[in-house]
Ligand binder design. Structure first.
Ligand code: ADP
Ligand code: GLC
Length: 480
């Protein structure tokens, strides 16, 4: 199949979260299954610096702007990358969606509207590249208008829309409709209108042949008011076309046996060596090198990730022999609270505010336990990295966390790979930590838990095969 994969981030070129990891791995995994995949991505300024040899292959006029398409290869792979070069929209420093003060760029509607139009031209083979995809695979709201615009064309490829996070919807004032040159026909409550505003994500949810999200549990959850962000009715209506496919992880990059970003490599048979990484982590974060249980958190500091539960649990936690390291950035309230606790308890709490890919490997390798009390989690990657590193995840049983972590409760202790809890309350997190602590005190049981976790298969191979099936279904839906 010829597949056009559209994304707004891609590891290692530009990343704010897990979408970049997915875009950096899934196209290659599809290629390994002999699919012909091309990736469309905005040519953010930083990317052009990284890929100085990217060469122009086409020109397109989008929303009154001359733009170019640059061709390059995705780093470390032979997947063709098509970069939408439009300096007015994409030559900006920093985060792809947010300005320095954390608020969205004022023209995100135009920026990603242009990306969608470029996707439409490529999908219809109108860019002079002599290549027409069978499938257009869109990811999150930034490419949501593509299925909507293609739905108006007879000769169109099949469309697949992946929800990586329903909480981000790309909603803009009604005036964006004409600014983005969108046909007025699409402005209906059954179309792109959402409470009198323009919703990019609805373009994907309403009009694509198949919708999927990144775990089976999240696919069910988003059809309920608690997780549906106001779109649960629409998702229930389309439930026959909606499924869940778990993400994989890059098991070459995340491999404790040969990870060059950690001081001591190890595997399931040499878990004793993990303590060298624990010491290095304590040292790096300025914590005393002690025999305490070392817990870790890595992630965006936003309400989704359940930081408030951790903050509420901290006072109780700190009465016990635990140490805790945090690596993340996001809301300044959370950042300040975490720094406050680290100053108050420098022997037990340490915080690194910022984004640090290399450090995240040391955290995964050095910690004993990894906390992910997310309120919702479409898939989540860190609980999978953790299992691969024998670092026991303690997770809220939701979304991808429910689907990837086997809870350590009798009688399935042998299969267990972590600890899960059900209520989004600090008390439930503390209960889970108590269970974890009891297991930790029984070295043989703990080793068993670590080894079962390390034995799990989180490679992309399985997911890529499921995407191939989904593409087949989308093709059948498009041409019944
Ligand atoms: P989300 O996409 O919701 O942020 P995921 O768990 O899917 O959550 O993916 C987050 C990705 O970003 C992971 O690869 C994680 O390691 C990485 N990450 C998040 N915050 C940081 C940070 N401060 N430093 C390094 N890596 C981070
Ligand atoms: C989103 C979700 C996360 C998921 C990632 C990649 O950012 O929050 O759970 O793992 O996308 O699909």
């Amino acid at each position: 199949m010829k597949i056009l994969f559209i994304t707004s981030e891609l590891y290692p070129l530009v990343k704010t979260g897990g979408l970049a990891d997915v875009a950096g791995s899934l196209p290659q995994a599809l290629r390994d299954l002999d699919q012909d995949v091309r990736v469309l991505l905005p040519a953010y300024g930083k990317i052009k610096e990284h890929l100085p040899t990217a060469a122009p292959i086409a020109e397109m006029h989008l929303l009154g702007q001359p733009t170019r398409l640059l061709a390059a290869n995705a780093p470390g792979s032979d997947i063709p990358l098509w970069l939408l070069d439009a300096p007015k929209w994409f030559d900006r420093p920093g985060n792809p969606y947010l300005q320095h003060d954390g608020t969205p760029w004022h023209d995100n509607d135009e920026r990603f509207g242009a990306l969608c139009w470029a996707g439409v031209h490529l999908a219809l083979n109108q860019a002079g590249l002599d290549w027409q995809p069978d499938i257009v695979h869109c990811n999150d709201w930034q490419s949501g208008l593509v299925p909507a615009l293609l739905s108006l064309r007879d000769e169109r490829p099949a469309t697949v829309f992946t929800i990586h996070n329903l909480a981000y919807q790309g909603v803009f004032p009604k005036s964006s409709l004409s600014k983005l040159e969108l046909p007025a026909d699409l402005w209906t409550p059954e179309g792109l209108e959402f409470h009198d505003q323009l919703s990019f994500i609805k373009g994907g949810l309403v009009f694509s042949d198949r919708i999927n999200t990144v775990s089976p549990t999240y696919a069910r959850e988003i059809q309920t008011p608690r997780f549906g962000c106001g779109l649960e009715g629409l998702l229930r209506h389309r439930s026959g076309r909606l499924s869940g496919i778990l993400n994989g992880i890059d098991t070459d990059k995340w491999n404790p046996e040969n990870d060059r970003l950690i001081p001591q490599n190890y595997d399931a048979k040499s878990l004793d060596k993990k303590s060298v990484n624990k010491r290095a982590l304590q040292e790096r974060f300025g914590l005393p090198i002690e025999e305490k249980i070392l817990m870790a958190f890595i992630g965006r500091l936003v309400p989704q990730k359940g930081i408030d539960l951790i903050l509420k649990a901290l006072p109780t936690l700190l009465e016990h022999p635990f140490q805790m390291v945090f690596l993340g950035s996001g809301s300044s309230d959370y950042e300040h609270s975490l720094v406050y606790w680290s100053r108050r308890h420098p022997d037990q709490v340490a915080v690194h505010i910022g984004y640090d890919e290399a450090l995240s490997h040391l955290v995964e390798a050095g910690a004993d336990m990894f906390l992910m009390p997310s309120k919702f989690e479409p898939c989540g990657l860190n609980q999978m990295f953790s299992q691969r590193y024998g670092t026991v995840p303690i997770v809220h049983r939701t979304g991808g966390l429910a689907d990837t972590v086997e809870d350590a409760i009798p009688p399935q202790l042998k299969k267990a790979t972590g600890i899960s809890f059900d209520l989004t309350e600090a008390g439930a997190l503390l209960e889970a930590l108590k269970r974890a602590w009891l297991l930790y005190e029984r070295p043989a049981a703990w080793r068993q838990l670590q080894r079962s976790a390390m034995a799990k298969d989180f490679s992309w191979h399985r997911s890529a095969r499921e995407y191939c099936k989904l593409y087949q279904q989308a093709l059948a839906d498009n041409h019944p």
